[in-house]
Design a binder for this molecule. Structure first.
Ligand SMILES: *[C@@H]1O[C@H](CO)[C@@H](O)[C@H](O)[C@H]1NC(C)=O
Ligand SMILES: *[C@@H]1O[C@H](CO)[C@@H](O)[C@H](O)[C@H]1NC(C)=O
Ligand SMILES: *[C@@H]1O[C@H](CO)[C@@H](O)[C@H](O)[C@H]1NC(C)=O
Ligand SMILES: *[C@@H]1O[C@H](CO)[C@@H](O)[C@H](O)[C@H]1NC(C)=O
Length: 841
């Protein structure tokens, strides 16, 4: 078998060894992150898409209550930014066509320029037109939109409103190429925070949306009247009456706010607009709603509330195409007591809210809320907080063909229902979690416990989840990790000799960030051995569960034995990679730079272990579940193994190098070694059944995003099962058999899995002004929901620091909620790892 493979590989170098693994999501359910945009096709029933800021695009399934990802083969390590979808557009004349603007950041967190991708088969396959500037799917203002629009009179004409001062772009060949509309000069002046020096909040937000007026007739085969909304506090709405040749600011328009949405109601000849005085998705403390009557050229302020009741901007704008004059608008962020939705059926003359105070603190809810499809949303959020309807509501859409069917995106999930017109009759509607199939978690760590919980998934924004056994993987959990509920659980570990003992740590400053479980991660309690100053990083539990070793984000490496106070482990550098021996309670291991450390006194002290030839960065340490002293160490030059407690190391002989997260899992006979790294098929997930001598690409066509943000765990209970956690597409699992020494039956040799399904064309026109240079990012999927009734909590995740302190080598220098130094000492560069963590390298 092996010889046969080698011959085949020698015969054609384009071939690589690949096993037939079929990946599917672990069903956490309910989305879990921010959904900035949803679009319905105007004439084809049930055709709709939801875009994610870091997790790609989903298509609504028939039946209207579940979703299928359609970008799962286009976001590998080299093009991970394709999961940052800044805009989506449908072709009104062809429901098979879908377009999206992709790219994650306009600063240097994203090395690549953006693209407009197009599909003519509802997302099954994609082609790409690469732009010569960046697109910011996870930048401020990502909920304004849609910035991309197809002319309803001409399928070849597509407009894209760019960020960063790059202006308005147009395609006249169905998206194959784009050129700049030079007559459109209002590129946007709004910058969310000019004092931000990290390049994230101080970029020009650019254009917000493009809306065609389908009632305006055509000029030269193209729709005559086009509105463009621009992120500017001055005049912000522009119009062309000649199919885009010339542009003017619309007379009489309001100023002082940014137009988040501009929606045409053709039967009324009106453009409706929601405004907020921030670009979102977290901010905005003032706003308005306007109706522009196009022929009469009159603006009417139809803001539903005023005075003290108006302390938020407006985002989501659902226009009922079946019932002219009927619309629903959403507060973008009303952080307390809850979001508010307002409905009118008389074009904004009068409004009714979806809840009202009766006598404080009681209120009438004119809705019932159902979270059956993702019960943890009730357990962890809706029942815990006054905010039930959500936050970051930038998209609220009424099905153009069914005024009862509506969907809205929040920072947590997608809500919606099928009885919206009851608002006008019984004045009570049904709101359900309708995000089934959307898995937008940013997974921080996955762990499988031998003889214990099958999967522990530590996640960003939604704490974490326990799946007790393999049969639970397709059932949305009843509850996230709670009491304490960390917004982000950054790391989790179990005790090798006491497998129901689990520890996890959280990433927020100012609270107790260590939790212990003695029932395998079902229930938890705060470990008061910590104080409220330490947070983040990674955690390791001693084999007998008596000692917690914690490599914090902000306070070095600390240790607590028998739940006594955490004390510094002075022999380890800040941000060391740590691991516990799973059998021998005395042993812990650590790595910092190229140096491997061993402790034989339960982490009280560490000394240097064996050397890792030519490695300069230790990235992960995985200890054997049964054999004391056995481990694998992942480094920038590949994997090393030790069987003598780290006294000496041998480089594994296979050709997977530059590895990141690695894992062991049970195989049919011996353990399988899994590694994210670079091998013969490129940067991806490999498995080895012979201790790293030969490797098989088990990722196949499945995208996991950037290889260095992925986490992996082999199942410790199900032979051949493996888990992957991604930054924005949730957790996956697959089961298979790998080849190598033990002779894998199902290993196949196929054409290279790295060949992209994306065809590329280039822009044909001149480049516009260079994007503003930038450095840092803050944004994540959902904003942390502080469980609090204060209006001032949870208003931002911005990590803007005013500190002039420099982070040291290996130190943290950025990430959501990070308030420490954001610049590195001499010679080191702040390097993005994931949304929660950047490091000086
Ligand atoms: C992006 O496009 C600009 C303009 O063509 C080019 O100068 C730059 O090198 C491109 N950036 C990348 C990362 O390709
Ligand atoms: C938004 O309005 C609030 C309250 O009126 C004000 O404090 C804030 O500065 C405004 N923001 C912007 C960007 O104008
Ligand atoms: C609306 O219906 C829900 C669910 O039946 C109920 O809980 C709620 O109290 C009703 N609201 C009012 C104001 O009657
Ligand atoms: C419009 O809404 C009001 C209450 O919000 C309701 O009383 C009225 O019946 C509605 N009209 C129609 C035509 O649905």
């Amino acid at each position: 078998m092996r010889t046969h493979q080698i011959l085949q590989l020698a015969a054609a170098s384009a071939l690589s060894v690949r096993a037939a693994y079929t990946w599917q999501n672990v069903r956490i359910g309910g989305g879990g992150g921010f959904t900035p945009g949803i679009v319905f096709h105007p004439t084809s029933s049930g055709v709709a898409y939801a875009r994610m800021d870091i997790g790609g695009l989903y298509k609504l399934n028939a039946g209207d209550d579940s979703w299928t990802p359609v970008t799962d083969t286009i976001a590998d390590s080299s093009n991970w930014h394709n999961w940052g979808v800044d805009a989506v557009a449908l072709d009104p004349q062809d429901d098979a066509k879908v377009y999206m603007a992709v790219g994650m950041y306009t600063n240097d967190w994203d090395p690549s320029n953006g693209s407009i991708m197009r599909s003519s088969d509802q997302g099954a396959t994609w082609e790409s037109c690469d732009l010569d500037f960046k697109v910011g799917g996870n930048m401020p203002g990502r909920g304004m939109g849609e910035r991309l629009a197809v002319d309803p009179a001409n399928s070849d004409i597509i407009y894209f409103g760019a960020r960063s001062g790059n202006g308005l772009w147009k395609s006249t060949d169905g998206g194959a190429s784009f050129s700049q509309v030079e007559s459109y000069t209002a590129v946007g002046t709004f910058i969310a925070d000019a004092t931000d020096t990290y390049g994230y909040s101080n970029d020009i937000q650019g254009l917000a949306w493009v809306t065609f007026d389908s009632t305006s007739g055509t000029t030269g085969g193209a729709t005559s009247r086009i509105f463009v909304g621009t992120a500017s506090l001055d005049e912000s709405v522009f119009v062309s009456e000649d199919a885009g040749s010339t542009w003017t600011a619309v007379d009489g328009q309001p100023t002082g706010y940014l137009p988040h949405k501009g929606r045409l109601q053709p039967d009324e000849g009106a453009l409706y607009l929601t405004y907020s005085n921030g670009s979102g998705p977290y901010d905005g403390t003032d706003g308005s709603v306007w109706r522009y009557e196009i022929e009469a050229a009159t603006w009417t302020d139809i803001t539903p509330v005023s005075g003290d009741s108006l302390y938020f901007g407006f985002g989501g704008l659902g226009v009922d195409m079946q019932n002219p004059g009927t619309l629903v608008v959403a507060s973008l962020n009303s952080w307390w007591p809850d979001a508010q939705l307002f409905r009118t059926n008389d074009s904004g003359a009068t409004w009714s809210p979806i809840w009202e105070w009766t006598s404080y603190p009681s209120m009438d809810y004119y809705y019932g809320m159902y979270t059956d499809k993702a019960p943890w949303i009730n357990a962890g959020f809706v029942s815990q907080d006054t905010k039930r309807l959500g936050w970051m509501i930038e998209t609220l859409e009424i099905d153009p063909l069914d005024g009862d069917h509506w969907l809205y995106g929040t920072g947590l999930t997608v809500f919606g229902g099928h009885d919206l017109t009851n608002w006008d009759t019984t004045h009570n509607i049904t709101i359900e979690v309708l995000a089934d199939g959307i898995e937008e978690m940013s997974v921080q760590q996955v762990v499988s416990v031998p003889g214990g919980s099958e999967l522990l998934a530590a996640v960003g924004d939604d704490s974490g989840f326990t799946f007790a056994s393999a049969s639970d993987l397709d059932t949305s959990p009843e509850t996230p990790w709670m009491t304490p509920m960390f917004t982000t659980s950054g790391s989790v570990d179990y005790a090798g000799n006491s497998v129901d003992s689990v520890v996890r740590i959280g990433n927020e400053e100012g609270d107790y960030m260590v939790a212990l479980s003695s029932d395998g991660g079902v229930s938890w309690s705060i470990d008061y051995a910590t104080d409220t100053s330490m947070y983040g990083g990674s955690v390791a539990y001693s084999a007998d569960a008596d000692t917690v070793l914690w490599s914090t984000s902000n306070a070095g490496v600390v240790r607590s034995q028998y739940q006594s106070s955490f004390v510094a482990v002075s022999s380890l550098a800040d941000s060391s990679v740590i691991a516990s021996d799973k059998s021998d309670n005395s042993y812990f291991y650590a790595g910092s730079g190229s140096t491997f450390y061993v402790s034989s006194d339960i982490a009280a002290s560490f000394s240097e272990g064996g050397t890792l030839d030519s490695a300069s960065e230790i990235r992960d340490i995985v200890t054997h579940p049964d054999n004391a002293g056995e481990m694998y160490v992942s480094t920038d030059v590949g994997i090393f193994s030790s069987t003598d407690y780290g006294s000496s190391f041998t480089a594994v002989s296979g050709d997977v190098t530059g590895t990141y997260h690695i894992a062991l899992g049970v195989g049919s006979s011996d353990y399988i070694l899994y590694a994210f790294g670079t091998g013969s098929s490129g940067s991806r997930l490999y498995a080895s059944a012979d201790g790293g001598s030969s490797w098989t690409d088990i990722q196949g066509d499945q995208s996991f995003g950037a290889v260095n943000t992925c986490v992996v765990a082999g199942s410790m209970n199900e032979a051949g099962q493996v888990y992957v956690g991604t930054n924005g597409r949730g957790a996956f699992y697959a089961q298979g058999t790998v080849g190598g020494g033990s002779g894998g039956g199902s290993t196949t040799t196929t054409t290279s899995a790295t060949s992209s399904s994306v065809a590329t064309t280039s822009t044909t026109s001149k480049s516009s002004t260079s994007p503003v240079t930038a450095e840092e990012s803050t944004a994540s999927t959902a904003t942390p929901t502080t469980i609090s009734t204060s209006a001032t909590t949870a208003t931002t995740t911005s990590a803007t620091s005013t500190s002039t302190e420099l982070a040291s080598h290996w130190g943290q220098c950025g990430g959501v909620s990070w308030t420490g130094p954001t610049e590195c000492g001499d010679g080191y560069t702040c390097t993005y790892q994931n949304d929660y963590y950047s490091q000086c390298l």
